[in-house]
Ligand binder design. Structure first.
Ligand code: F0G
Length: 368
C-alpha cells in the first residue's frame, strides 16, 4: 500500500519530545522534495540539491516547527498563541492554530510583509496587527506578551520550534544515505541554521530517545554550515545587531536575531561561515532558480543560492562534493519579483486576438 507521509512528529516521534499520549497537531508538514539542481551542479562541479521547503502546507519551512509548537501549546492548555513575524511564521501559526482550535495573534512590521503571507494569516482567521516598527520590535512585544499575558509564544525562541525544524536535516540524511559535505541556507532570526545543526549533530551520534532507548548514529559525518544574510540585514557579518535592517528580501529583514549564540555555535562547530549577499545577487539567484532549475521561491529563500554562486565566482566552492541548499519558502508567497526584468521594468504579457494563425505567428511556429 502506498505510504502516506504522516507529518514530522509522527515520522520522527522517537527523536522528538513527544509520547504516545501526545495530541499531535499536524497538517502533514515535512517530507519535502530534495531536488537535484542540474545547472548549479554543472556550475560548481559538485552535486547540488535543493531542499524545497515551499512544498510544506503553508508554503514554508516554518510548518516543521509550528506542528511542534502548536502541539506544545495544546499540551500546556493554552487558549491563544502569539508570534512576531516577517510573514511566514504568521501564516504558519495562523493555519496550525486553526487546526488546534486556538486563537492566534500575529505582529508584523507595517508594510514589510508580502501580500501572499498577509492574506494567509487573514484567511486562517488570525488577529493581525501591523506594528509601527521592524521585526525585532515585533518580537520584543511578542516575548513580553508571552511572559506577562495569557498567550503562548510560538516564535523560534520557543525550543519546540527548533525541535520540529531539526527534522529537515533528518530528511536530507535519510534521502542521501549520509549527511552532505556542505549545507547552505538563508539566515534571518537564525532559528533554522540552529535547528539544522542540531538535527545533523543528533543524527551523527547515538541518540538517547525518550521513548525508544538508544538509537544508533544514522550519518557518518556532519556538514559545514554556510549561512547567508541579506547585505542590508547582516548582523552576523557585522558582529553586532543592526538597528535599521533593510533588504527587498522581507523574510530575512532582521537586525537582532534571537538565536544568536546557537547560530554562532552552528557556524563554528561545523567549520562553516555566515556571509552576506546583496539584494541584486538575491534577485539574480531567484531568477536562476526559476529559469534554470524550475524551482520558484520567494526572494529571501534565494539567499543561499546567491551565496553559493558568489562563493563559486570567488573560487571558494570545492568540486566533487555533495551540497544541499534549503530554499525556504514558495515563490507564490511574493510573486511580484518574477514580473520584473533584470533592468527593473515590468514584464507585459503579449496580447493576441482569439485566432490560431496569429497565435502561431506570434510563437514563431510554421504549419507542419
Ligand atoms: N527564509 C524564509 C522564507 C523565512 O521566512 C525566514 C524567516 C528565513 C528564511 C530565515 O530563517 O529566521 O530561522 O533564520 N522568517 C521568519 C518569519 C522570521 O517571521 O517568518 P531564520
Amino acid at each position: 500500500m502506498a505510504h502516506q507521509w504522516r507529518g514530522v512528529i509522527r515520522e520522527y516521534a522517537d527523536r522528538l519530545p513527544v509520547t504516545e499520549a501526545t495530541k499531535v497537531i499536524t497538517l502533514g508538514e515535512g517530507g519535502t522534495p530534495l531536488v537535484h539542481a542540474q545547472k548549479l551542479s554543472e556550475l560548481t562541479g559538485s552535486t547540488v540539491y535543493l531542499k524545497v521547503e515551499g512544498m510544506n502546507p503553508t508554503g514554508s519551512f516554518k510548518d516543521r516547527g509550528m506542528t511542534m509548537a502548536m502541539t506544545a501549546a495544546v499540551e500546556a492548555g493554552a487558549k491563544a498563541v502569539v508570534c512576531a513575524s516577517t510573514g511566514n511564521t504568521s501564516a504558519s501559526a495562523a493555519a496550525y492554530a486553526t487546526a488546534a482550535g486556538l486563537k492566534c495573534a500575529v505582529l508584523v512590521p507595517e508594510g514589510k510583509i508580502s501580500m501572499g503571507k498577509l492574506s494567509q494569516a487573514i484567511a486562517h482567521g488570525a488577529t493581525l496587527l501591523q506594528v509601527d516598527g521592524n521585526f525585532d520590535n515585533c518580537l520584543d512585544i511578542a516575548r513580553k506578551l508571552g511572559e506577562s499575558y495569557p498567550v503562548f509564544l510560538v516564535n523560534s525562541v520557543n525550543p519546540a520550534r527548533i525541535q520540529g525544524q531539526k527534522t529537515g536535516a533528518f530528511e536530507i540524511v535519510d534521502a542521501l544515505g549520509d549527511a552532505p559535505d556542505i549545507h547552505v541556507l538563508p539566515v534571518g532570526n537564525a532559528g533554522n541554521i540552529s535547528a539544522y545543526w542540531k538535527g545533523y549533530k543528533e543524527y551523527s551520534a547515538p541518540f538517547e530517545s525518550a521513548t525508544a532507548g538508544t538509537l544508533p548514529a544514522v550519518s557518518t559525518k556532519t556538514p559545514a554550515m554556510w549561512g547567508f544574510q541579506a547585505a542590508g540585514a547582516a548582523p552576523f557579518v557585522a558582529g553586532h545587531p543592526i538597528t535599521e535592517p533593510d533588504t527587498i528580501a522581507t523574510a530575512i529583514r532582521i537586525g537582532n536575531p534571537a538565536s544568536w549564540d546557537t547560530a554562532i555555535a552552528a557556524r563554528d562547530e561545523s567549520g562553516g561561515f555566515i556571509d552576506a549577499v546583496t539584494d541584486e545577487e538575491i534577485l539574480d539567484a531567484h531568477r536562476w532558480l526559476s529559469a534554470k532549475e524550475g524551482v520558484f521561491v520567494e526572494p529571501g529563500s534565494a539567499a543561499g543560492v546567491a551565496g553559493l554562486i558568489k562563493k563559486h565566482a570567488a573560487g571558494e566552492v570545492p568540486s566533487g562534493k555533495t551540497i544541499v541548499i534549503t530554499v525556504t519558502g514558495h515563490g507564490l508567497k511574493d510573486p511580484q519579483w518574477a514580473l520584473r526584468t533584470e533592468d527593473g521594468s515590468e514584464v507585459q504579457p503579449v496580447k493576441v486576438p482569439n485566432d490560431v494563425v496569429t497565435v502561431a505567428a506570434e510563437l514563431g511556429l510554421e504549419e507542419s
